[in-house]
Design a protein around this ligand. Sequence first.
Ligand SMILES: [Mn+2]
Length: 327
Amino acid sequence: MPTNMKPVPVGRPTFVGAPRCEHLDRLEADVAIVGVPHSTPYDVQGPVGLSGDAPNAVREQSMRLAPYLTHYNFDFEGDILANRTVRIVDCGDVAMRPGAYQENRRAVSSVIGTILSQGVVPIVLGGDHGVSIPVIAGFESFGPICVVQIDAHLDWRDEINGAHFGQSSPMRRASEMDWVDSMVQIGLRGTGSARLQEVDAARDFGSILVTADELHTAGVEKVLSKVPAGARYYVTVDIDALDPSIAPGTGFPLFGGLSYYEATGLLRGIVSRGCLVGLDVVEIAPSLDTGNTTSFLAAQLILNTLGALAHGGQIGSAATQEGEIAP
Ligand SMILES: [Mn+2]
């Protein structure tokens, strides 16, 4: 295990019980789970983030799904991984040093680059939304990408308190990366960090903005038709995109959010529209959660995305034995 990774602790589960990754540079996998518990806060003197425990909370909740991977899933008309041998490994969390924000961001980007260089799809467990900045930066040699953000908020703040890498800035920072050539933001509603100037900046960049209201009214298929076709998609899911009735455990809940089927439909539709090259799920706050619903939802959305990839033949190989799930 390289020094920049912190393995899943003994006694705590990996994502769906997947094998622990021993060597980040020899993954031999289709997808790699990576926890990134912390980002760069706007206020370094402020309280610690709400999402630091989320990677392990999502891993634990994923174990409720693990026994049923080979059972019939009515949404997929077959087992979730399409009876394919899908190699999932859990790399643990990116190790971080307190206060060393720039160094920590570099470590995250380097880990993502190492995963991508092996043709493996990184699945990132945040962390708050600032986590997406160094993750997308890790695609520098692996572009171009279309960033699809599913989120209640715009996240286009240039800075807050003079800090540029916090949870309200990921889409602004992504827009500045040469390898990000398009952007779609779905689920926008209510008020948040954005003022008119941030909305104008997003539109000037060419970001395609889709409100939650538009999604509810027009439907998933109509919204998907706005996503550039045939692209290499990096999808970032802020769990606050979903309605607080099913995702209460988040720092900035807003009513009127996406339903489970809307979010799943978007993820499946994006996978079938092009090539999914990476995914993160961020902003889960276990201390605010109710019965671990939000972490469980995050685990299910990730598994559904893996299911879409497997059913589309984009990950895994035809199983040699019925129902085999390979390490
Ligand atoms: Mn966000």
